[in-house]
Design a protein around this ligand. Structure first.
Ligand code: AGP
Length: 605
């Protein structure tokens, strides 16, 4: 997610802007920029790359006492100098930084071009400064121009605006992207997140959705969504900078587990129009979908588990042949693929060496290549025929959580789209889309099991082994739950098809063995319950994750996921198994964000 800073006061602004942005680097970014303004001029410096690149452009002493800064996490328009923020109007009299997504920017851009505006970037954000210019020229009152502008914006935004016409003032607006304000005797501040402010003030004022603010060097005013003044509500921030970067959580992993509702919401944003799936990048592919005879899902690690899930859903919805393979196998097995094969690659980083190599091989064989990636402009994204972006934001913890659940969601949407392109009507698509849209609050509801999970995960404190079992769509969940537990707590965990236990693995079950049993698929639940009872009969302690309807009175440790279509239950199950892994690792005192031997992105073989 982007980082924003702003200051106006009685001392040079630049030191705070840069220092504040450095405290927001954990949010991930690919370009940076600042605007400084005084009564004589408004100047912007911006560049692709790190803050250190930006600092090379800046003279040491810049006295301007009002300015805004930005670190960009690209969503529309690849990382480049031109796409970096701040964005200015043609005359260079207004400058804007933006965090969020303007969903209707193409429409706004076309309308502005029709009335003579020129655009210089590929970003959605640039429409904001042009709209401000349009309204300011009609009536030179920035507060009104801002109110009119944000009324046009669909999507999410946190905005900071400076203008040469009011060189000591910063205008701020917020909707669904974070923005906090602060004040001290030196002046007033704004930023995407509190860590940027804590070295300057502990008096923090989180803006609420729909609110705007005007910052001056002597104080600030806050206005409600109708532009009416409201009493600022300051809080004294309890955290230090380090914990604030984790949003007050004790690890990035836990923070990112709890970010999943918003990550899923952002990933789904703009993807539906009634029962229609809106995926322009797929629609623009010039291929005859009836010439696609098979499909392959390819990835590594957690992303590979998302592919196992997607493979089952694909076959269930389209009735077409498909298979799934780890990228490290696909790249060396001389796969029987060709121009009639659709290869779908999944990668959080977009840089995993095995997945990238597999992509290159698929392209060399003439396959149609689609990727699901979290990092805009990454290698896998750039080398695919079409790319769909999860909007999980930067994932800092090595163990993938929010990237995984957004992959599951976006793959589900992609497969619904493919079914439509194949001319196949998916049964119950209306209920599916309704539940997909409900997922953010269903995940919030799942997270409310936090205390129960923490209690049950205590079972694993002194364990060396644990087993995850499930059938059908519960099987990829079992694989992913086992991987999470291994990764962060170093407990040896294996995943088995529940029906496979009696063919050998049940020999491992003895008194007190911990079994995490997944039974969320109604059609097969009774069989799964029978398999679980086989482990209980041999002394296992079972943590049962199941749905609202399952009869489970004979089980002691039960967690129920909220009611939803069975095909989507992998998502709350993933959240619960992530929490199990997190609490087990916490009990064992492991380094949760940086587990031993692991890297966040495996860019070598
Ligand atoms: C997930 O918890 C692991 N960190 C790892 O398995 C990861 O999913 C795998 O390396 C693939 O990475 P990618 O999604 O960036 O391609």
């Amino acid at each position: 997610m982007c980082g924003i800073t702003g200051f106006t006061g009685k001392q040079p602004a630049l030191p705070f802007l840069l220092q504040g942005l450095s405290k927001l680097e954990y949010r991930g970014y690919d370009s940076a920029g600042v605007t400084l303004v005084n009564s004589k001029k408004l100047t912007t410096w911006k560049t692709k790359g790190r803050l250190s690149e930006l600092e090379k452009l800046l003279e040491k002493e810049l006295p301007q006492s009002c300015g805004i800064g930005h670190t960009r996490w690209a969503t529309h328009g690849v990382p480049s100098n031109m796409n970096a923020h701040p964005h200015m109007n043609e005359e260079g009299t207004i400058s804007v930084v933006h965090n969020g997504i303007v969903e209707n920017y193409t429409t706004l851009k076309e309308e502005l071009i029709q009335v003579g505006y020129h655009f210089h970037s590929d970003t959605d954000s640039e429409v904001i400064v042009q709209l401000l210019d349009f309204y300011y020229k009609k009536k030179p009152v920035m507060k009104e121009a801002l109110q009119k502008t944000i009324r046009h914006l669909e999507g999410s935004y946190a905005l900071c605006i400076t203008t040469i016409f009011e060189p000591n003032t910063i205008y701020v607006a917020k909707k669904e992207s974070p923005m906090v304000l602060g004040r001290s005797k030196e002046g007033t501040f704004c930023a995407s997140d509190a860590p940027a402010l804590l070295a300057y003030t502990k008096e923090i004022l989180p803006l609420q959705d729909g609110e705007t603010a005007i910052l001056n060097k002597d104080g600030l005013e806050v206005f409600d969504s109708k532009g009416r003044p409201i009493e600022p509500r300051y809080i004294t921030f309890p955290y230090d900078i380090q914990s604030a970067q984790k949003g007050g959580y004790d690890s990035y992993m836990l923070k990112e587990i709890h970010e999943q509702p918003s990550a899923i919401r952002e990933t789904l944003r703009g993807r539906f129009r009634g029962n229609q799936i809106i995926l322009p990048k797929i629609e623009e592919l010039e291929i005859d979908w009836n010439s696609i005879y098979n499909t392959v899902f390819i990835a590594c690690g957690t992303a590979y588990h998302a592919c196992i899930y997607a493979n089952t859903i694909y076959q269930r919805y389209t009735g077409k042949m498909s298979y799934v393979m780890p990228a490290s196998e696909f790249r060396y097995c001389d796969p029987a693929v060709d121009e009639h094969t659709l290869c779908i690659f999944v990668s959080q980083s977009g840089e995993t060496a095995d997945t990238l190599a597999a992509l290159k091989l698929a392209r060399a064989k003439g396959c149609v290549t689609v990727s699901v990636v979290n990092v805009l402009g990454s290698s896998i994204a750039r080398q695919s025929d079409a790319v769909l972006y999860t909007a999980a934001g930067p994932e800092i913890a090595v163990a993938s959580t929010k990237a995984y659940t957004t992959q599951l969601v976006l793959l589900h949407v992609l497969i619904l789209k493919l079914a439509q392109l194949y001319g196949i009507r998916v049964k119950g698509i209306g209920k599916l889309i309704k539940d997909l849209k409900r997922l953010p609050e269903l995940v919030e509801e799942t997270l409310a099991n936090d205390k129960t999970v923490k209690k049950y995960a205590g079972m694993l404190k002194d364990e060396h082994d644990a087993y995850f079992i499930g059938r059908q769509l519960d099987y990829p969940s079992a694989l992913e739950g086992a991987l999470k537990l291994k990764e962060v707590s170093y407990v040896h965990a294996d995943a088995y098809y529940a029906g496979e236990l009696k063919h050998g693995p049940i020999a491992l079950i003895e008194k007190n063995t911990v079994v995490i049993a997944l039974a969320t698929q109604p059609e097969i639940a009774s069989k799964t319950i029978s398999n679980i009872k086989e482990t209980v009969a041999r002394g296992a302690r079972v943590i049962l994750i199941t749905d609202q309807d399952m009869e489970a009175k004979e089980f002691k440790y039960v967690i129920r996921i909220p009611d939803m279509e069975p095909q989507l239950r992998v998502i709350p199950v993933a959240v619960l198994t992530q929490l199990i892994a997190y609490y087990a690792a916490k009990e064992k005192g492991c380094d949760i964000d940086k587990p031993r031997n692991l890297a966040k992105s495996v860019t070598v073989e």
